[in-house]
Design a protein around this ligand. Sequence first.
Ligand code: FUC
Length: 764
Amino acid sequence: MQNRATHHVAASHIAVVAMCSCCLVVSATDLAPSQSSRQVLWYDRPAQNWEAEALPIGNGRLGAMIFGTVEKERIQFNESSLWEGDEKDTGSYQNFGHVEVDLPQTKPVENYRRELDISRAVHTVTYASDGVTYHREAFASFPDQVMMFRFTADKPGRYTGVIAQKDAHGAKMSIALNRLTAAGQLKNGLQFESQLVVLNDGGTLEATPGGIAFQGVNSLTLMLGAGTDYLNQRGKGWRTGETPHRQVTEQIEKAAKRSYADMLTVHIKNYQSLFDRCSIHLGTTKDAIRQLSTDKRLTAYRGYQMTFSTGMGYNGNKTTDSGSSAQDPELEVLLLQYARYLMISSSRGALPANLQGLWNDSNDPPWRSDYHTDVNVQMNYWFVDHANLPECFLPFAEWLYSIRDVRRDETRNAFNVRGWTMHAENGIFGGSTWKWVNPTAAWCAQNLWDHYAFTQDKEYLRTRAYPILKELCEFWEDFLKPLPDGTLVAPKGYSPEHGPEDVDGVSHDQQLVWDLFSNTIEAAKALDVDADYRKKIESLRGRLMGPKIGKWGQLQEWMQDLDDPKDDHRHLSHMIAVHPGRQISPLTTPKLAEAAKVSMNARGDGSTGWSRAWKICIWARLQDGNRTYKILNGMLKSQITPNLFDTHPPFQIDGNFGYAAGVCEMLVQSHMGFIHLLPALPDAWPTGSIRGLCARGGFEVDMAWEKGKIVKLTIKSNLGNRCRIRSTCSLTMEGVFHPSMKSPEAGVIEFNTKAGKTYTFVGK
Ligand code: FUC
């Protein structure tokens, strides 16, 4: 207590000193990059291809991919719980169906523009034909739990055509007045229903065998609702106990009573309450580039054309060799903000984002569009708390919590131990298939801990994260194997998806168990529980075989020195200690960090989408900004499709989310017990600013830098924790230094904070 009081006095002093010596008070708004430039993806032609060109909307549960075709609008849609599978089989995420709006068009079309405005979460299409300007607008509302599609024109009576709904599982379709309903059941018994209601202004509507025909209509509004009887509770048999009919009908009817304009306003306000928390500026793009459509802008960024086809066939294809690619920092930011858009749209209030987030047009999608736990689903969630979207994390925690009883049963039968773990492929009913990858559950628990580290939400820690951390520790208590000298190794391991199988002491396993034990110890301390158990875990952690440096100076992937310097396998499983873990850092374990660099150099900079994204994160943690940027730049050049989806190939959303994690890691890190500012700033971003990036401990960082040096910094303390800041050597923060400040290591300043207060500094 004595100590705390002393620090508190020092802290208020610091704040005063900081402001007096600099004579400058900078508010968070001053640091914010201008929000006036709308963040949009736009195109001058309709999408022809679902995977690379159609554009996604979503409310965290319901989602759609929109093509924007003039004569036949195509809207493919999903609902996050439409899954095959059961407790034994992972199953796969299913397509729900699509809506087609036939709009016979005979006259030439001009001024076509298709746009996704990610600052408002609204998709639009505009075009002119025969003297009429047509406009379409679409959004997926979280408050109203329906998707809205509106067709308007600047002259009356211009819409004539047919609306049809196609169910992807051949469900019974009924048409009544202005409503199309599809209700059915999957092979596993899961019941589903979608309802499409059509409202017209002017003209006529008629139910026909082919759909709802409309004639001479001024404007059309389509409302689409969908659901299943899935419930994330094993005790209730994974079912709500009633068909989804009542809930879908209620949602649609409630929406039908509201005005479209009001629904749109409420939707935008709700979306922006998350999206607007964070903005980033990394440099200014020339007007000539900024004004290009998104696909042409990507081409300019690359300096060459890409050709692509669907599925696994996406290929970079150099058609010119000019090599003169455009500098476009605003596109690099757009891709980060797009990841935030995709996360808000695919992970809110329902199931977590899967391999394709929420968007899937197949009943047999690549890798089941499932929850892969040997890197992919963890990568999805690396950036959420960092990028100020903590509520988007919760579906992941709820899913893990819901499947644990199934996992426990199968784990006990397979290994005769307590606790639980998973195979690499996982579904929504606890079913888990393909290979056992024993520490995958510990890897998910790493995300669970991190959400607490950022938010410090004790209720979440007590009721969700800690029970799981403890169960997973029990698994390893029973499963770890002592070597003759007492060192503990994880037996029967497999470095994902690299092999060999059934070997002891795989580095990935060792590092994840270290991470799990460390997080559990900290969690028990934070909750002030299980003092004896904590000691036990501390002693086990002390006996774990640690990271090793091999014969060519590399960080070993296995206990034995087996690494091949020519091996460029996409998985980087022995780098978990660098990222997302915290066992290896240039600041605390420089030799191991050097060894990690040797291994990373051998693996090279290219790879699949998610692997490249992980490389960005790892090199950022190794504090090499220019190398990090080189990989990031290569990702935009070779793995981003025109709709800005990241392709493995094929499309996998982990690459989008992992990219965002990487950019956040370049700007602010906080995994080593302090806030590290600009730890991996590349030469390509000499001037920039951020607003609302989060740091562990409940802090928000606003910062501006020029020529690589911080000029303004504001730390908002949400919870009143003690704050430690580290700036890179080239950045001086003398304005805040005062002899009364505790300075335990060079470049680190620390001070007490009060909840809700902001602390403002300037750099020299
Ligand atoms: C892991 C990766 C693959 C792919 C799959 C979905 O198995 O090794 O590259 O991303 O997940």
